[in-house]
Write a protein that binds this ligand. Structure first.
Ligand code: CA
Length: 235
């Protein structure tokens, strides 16, 4: 079995060396880049399982780097930040980061977070395909993580996909934000706004197909539900 490749983007050589060392001794295959530019180039040349991104990089900020990576491919990420302010955590999680570690951190702690994210990714990839409310209006292929909505393929991020899969698996049922955090993010400690943000981006993508019809219903103060039944023909 191939070792999972981990992309590490960190401009402080001492920290980068420590991370590489601890991950390599954990049976992973780390690749270090000192700048965002270098990292974007490296991404084109290999298949990575996870990225560890320093927020304070010399060329572009780690959040921006994450956005650019996600524009090209879906890659789980853990942010490293020197600042322990809540704002970084919020921004990181809203962007869809999988975890966040504040500097200074112990290499063992980071290694444990990495293992946690890798486990979650493996688990979500193994998840069974969901039952869909209508085989033709919405087709969800859980194995290939592909969605067709009224015949049109949608490019969804991992969390948008998880949200849609979960909501559509039991059409009409209201899912609370906490439930969605636990099911889709596997993390009850995350924040409610994470769900709202991803519902918003998911809706925007569905609206590219059905601009005048929103299949996601907001239950104010409770959560979200998928419509009982999608119209057979595109509304
Ligand atoms: Ca830095």
């Amino acid at each position: 079995m191939n070792k999972p490749r981990i992309l590490i983007v960190e401009d402080e050589p001492g920290i980068a060396d420590t991370i590489c060392y601890v991950l390599a001794s954990d049976g992973l295959d780390p690749l270090h880049c000192a700048t965002g530019t270098e990292a974007l180039a490296a991404l084109g040349q290999g298949d990575f399982t996870l990225a560890i991104l320093d927020v304070g990089l010399p060329d572009i900020n780690g959040f921006e780097l994450f956005r650019r990576i996600q524009a090209v491919r879906e890659l789980p990420a853990i942010f490293l930040t020197a600042r322990s302010e809540e704002i970084d955590r919020v921004v990181g999680l809203e962007l869809g980061a999988d975890d966040y570690v504040a500097k200074p951190f112990s290499p063992r702690e980071l290694a444990a977070r990495v293992r946690g994210v890798l486990r979650r990714v493996a688990k979500s990839q193994a998840a069974a395909p969901a039952e869909t409310p209508s085989a033709t209006a919405l087709e969800i292929d859980g194995e290939c993580r592909r969605v067709r909505y009224y015949g049109q393929a949608l490019e969804l991020s991992r969390y948008e996909f998880g949200l849609l899969q979960t909501l559509a698996s039991r059409a009409g049922r209201v899912f609370s934000r906490d439930e969605l955090l636990t099911t889709v993010w596997n993390d009850a400690d995350s924040i409610d706004r994470t769900v709202d943000t991803h519902v918003k981006t998911l809706r925007a993508k569905l609206a590219t197909v059905t601009p005048d019809f929103d299949p996601i219903i907001t239950h104010r103060g409770i959560g979200y539900a998928f419509v009982d039944q999608l119209p057979a023909r595109r509304p």
